[in-house]
Ligand binder design. Sequence first.
Ligand code: ADP
Ligand code: MG
Length: 142
Amino acid sequence: MVIETNSPEETYQLGIDLGKAALPGHVYTLTGDLGVGKTVFTQGLAKGLDIEEPVNSPTFTIVQVYEEGRLPFYHFDVYRIGDIEEMDEIGYEDYFFGDGVCLIEWANLIEEILPEKRTEILIEKDLEKGFDYRKITIEEIN
Ligand code: ADP
Ligand code: MG
C-alpha cells in the first residue's frame, strides 16, 4: 500500500490511524533517510496508542519503553548499534514476541533477527513533488 502525504500533520495522522489499529505483538519496522519524518510518524503512532508523554528518538538507549498507553509501546532506534549482540543483551525477544507494540527505526541494520511477521514502513522524499511531499509504503511481511 502506498500513501502520499504533503504535510507533517498528515504523516502524524497516518501514525495515529495505525496506532489505533495496532494489536498486541505487532512489530513495525520504519526505514527512511534522516529528516524524512520517522519521528513524526512514531509520535502519531504513540498518540494512537493513547500515550500522552512526549516521544522522541531514543538517542542513548536502543529501546525506550512506554507503559501508560492502551498497549505497551517499545520504541527501538538501532541506528547506533555496533553489534547484533547488543540486541541479545537488552533481551530483544521479550519485546519482539511480547504483548506490546514494537516500532523499530533503522530496522534494516538488524535484518537477521527481525520477526518473520511484521509490517514494513518506508518513508521517502521526492523533491520534484514538493518539499513536504512524502511517499509512505506499507507492506505486510509474513
Ligand atoms: P526523522 O525522524 O526521519 O529523522 P523527523 O520526523 O525528525 O525525521 O523530521 C521530519 C521533518 O520533516 C520535520 O521537520 C517535519 O516538519 C518535516 N516534514 C515536512 N513534510 C513532512 C511530511 N509530509 N511528513 C513528515 N514530516 C514532514
Ligand atoms: Mg528521528
